[in-house]
Design a protein around this ligand. Structure first.
Ligand code: EPZ
Length: 429
């Protein structure tokens, strides 16, 4: 357990390199189970969720070695159950359901609970799989999935769910002789990365990056060497760190094509943006315009950058409205931002942000991963000293965030807690 201690008010300047995309790498790890032979995945961030997914794969019998941002995975699967204690650590573990059913015709995965940002249902995953001939039984908190053979057919997703799209793709790629069409599929860059990974393993997928995917099942897949795409959410977070502190930051190893709408909104907010081949520069002009933002499935504004842009807009001139259309409870961090002097009101799925002239340092508690990132950004801009507690949330999705920020001139230190002291800081839920 730990906290970040931040001395705010410094403009961040310089270059920072982002790592591999958390929300791609976790799925590539699951997809490696579909192959008969080992895979190597590169550009893997050293973050908590990757270590948990490593444990999930090892529990299933795979051999996983993780050194220097590179994973070696031998898919020697001999167990088909993912226990609740692992799924409760990371709900994304549900993504092994598709590959296990696709390659072995069976899986027993604990139903993931909700999390702080919402219920995180999986009804679309289960409905889609059953339309492909998978028999789904709910048994004392576990999903029992069995399929003699994955059936071809068309699945129309009532919502372009990222996880449901991924599970369906991975269930379908080994359905030899069958064709599966996924309509209204999610189009996130992480889905494109998963499809590219599967195609390099020998899968037959048409329409990659589009909302209609056509998957023709093949007999078997082979392990490959593959490098994950950069993390667009980490890139956006560091661009906002430069923006909110009135600085100038170049994020290298970032793909501007993955953040088109986000960058448009930053320009609308008065920031200068320069897009390079493999990087993005943000330069503050010393002020921030108030703007309205609404989150939508890709290529819409990414929900995973919603808390962070709200932090920026808390210092904008005028009133901004940010609408969260993806998750039902993704404003938990707002009360914490208001402790720093922000003036934000949440009504239903909207945050009404009355821009203030300045924020001042105070202790805050990270309620979830991206809310925690928003509190770090606000603390960097606040006058005086701040603390952000519950950094375990933040370590799930950001590798050494404090070291990267220090390289940009931030005054931020990580202070570890002893267990009993940590307990005293737990929010009473
Ligand atoms: C992925 O979650 C990401 N996580 C999330 O990032 C991201 O916010 C989300 O996609 C949207 O882009 C990973 O990739 C590990 P969804 P996922 O299925 O797959 C509802 C972060 O901060 N829904 O598109 O769970 C669901 O409740 C995390 O890195 C159903 O109702 O997202 C949610 O409200 C947070 N039924 C909405 O759809 C279903 O069967 C979006 O969910 C599935 C989803």
């Amino acid at each position: 357990m730990g906290k970040f201690v931040i001395e705010g008010g410094k403009s961040l300047k310089g270059e920072v390199q982002v790592g591999g995309a958390k929300n791609s790498v976790l799925k590539l790890m699951a997809a490696s189970l579909l192959a008969e032979t080992p895979s190597v995945i590169r550009n893997v961030p050293k973050i908590r969720d990757v270590f948990i997914m490593k444990e999930v794969l090892e529990h299933l019998g795979a051999f996983v070695d993780f050194q220097d941002h590179e994973l070696f995975i031998k898919p020697s699967i001999n167990n088909f159950e993912t226990p609740y204690e692992l799924v409760s650590l990371m709900r994304a573990s549900i993504i092994v359901l598709g590959p296990l059913v696709g390659r072995f015709g069976k899986a027993r995965v604990a139903r993931p609970g909700g999390c702080n940002i919402g219920r995180r249902k999986i009804n679309l995953h289960l409905k889609g799989l059953s339309q492909l001939g998978v028999e789904i039984r709910l048994d004392r908190g576990y999903i029992e999935a069995t399929a003699k053979k994955i059936k071809g057919g068309r699945v129309f997703l009532e919502f372009p769910s990222v996880g449901a799209t991924e599970n369906l793709i991975m269930a379908a790629v080994l359905a030899k002789g069958e064709t599966v069409v996924i309509d209204n599929a999610a189009r996130e860059p992480e889905i494109v990365d998963l499809c590219n990974f599967l195609q390099s393993m020998g899968a037959d997928i048409e329409g990659v990056g589009e909302s209609i995917l056509v998957i023709r099942g093949v007999d078997c897949l082979s392990g490959v060497e593959y490098s994950a795409i950069p993390d667009r959410i980490e890139a956006g977070t560091f661009l906002l760190a430069g923006a909110i502190t009135g600085g100038e930051v170049y994020v290298s190893n970032a793909n501007p094509g993955h953040l088109e709408l986000f960058l448009m909104k930053l320009e609308e907010a008065g920031l200068e943006i320069e897009k390079k081949e493999k990087g993005i520069l943000v330069r503050s002009k010393g002020y921030t315009n108030s703007i309205d933002v609404a989150t939508f499935p890709y290529p819409g504004f990414p929900t995973d950058l919603q808390p962070q842009i709200v932090a920026l807009l808390s210092l904008a001139e005028g009133i901004s409205v940010v609408t969260e259309n993806i998750f039902e409870n993704r404003f938990l961090y707002v009360d914490e931002l208001n402790r720093l002097g922000a003036n934000i009101e949440v009504k239903s799925n909207r945050a009404i942000i009355n821009g203030v002239k300045e924020l001042y340092g105070a202790p805050t508690m990270a309620p979830d991963l991206r809310g925690g990132a928003a509190l770090i950004l606000a603390s960097l801009a606040a006058r005086g000293s701040s603390e952000v507690l519950n950094v375990t949330h933040i370590d799930r999705g950001y590798e050494s965030i404090e070291e990267k920020l220090r390289r940009l001139g931030a005054q931020i230190e990580r202070v570890e807690f002893k267990e009993e002291e940590a307990w005293a800081n737990e929010t009473t839920t």
